[in-house]
Design a binder for this molecule. Structure first.
Ligand SMILES: [Zn+2]
Length: 77
């Protein structure tokens, strides 16, 4: 789940620049227009699985548990 731009910077800082070019050519993640990897928690910034996007909530389920009662969700046992 790491940010690949960080990795790329590390590669570019090292003296061996061809490695960075090879990474760009072969290992760069695709630019996506949709999908799980673009969903982001608005509270903690977590990406990927477990983001609740119904009603445009965009919270991850951990944050949702903490914020839900403030948002007006009631907990039923
Ligand atoms: Zn979160």
């Amino acid at each position: 789940m790491g940010d690949y731009k960080k990795l790329l910077k590390q590669l570019e800082n090292k003296s061996n620049k061809t490695k960075a070019e090879k990474f760009k050519k072969h290992n760069k993640p695709k630019d996506r227009k949709s999908g799980l990897s673009l969903q982001k928690c608005r509270r903690c910034g977590k990406k990927g699985k477990g983001i609740i996007s119904v009603y445009n909530l965009n919270y991850c389920h951990q944050c949702f548990r903490e914020v839900a009662s403030n948002l007006g969700f009631k907990k039923y046992d």
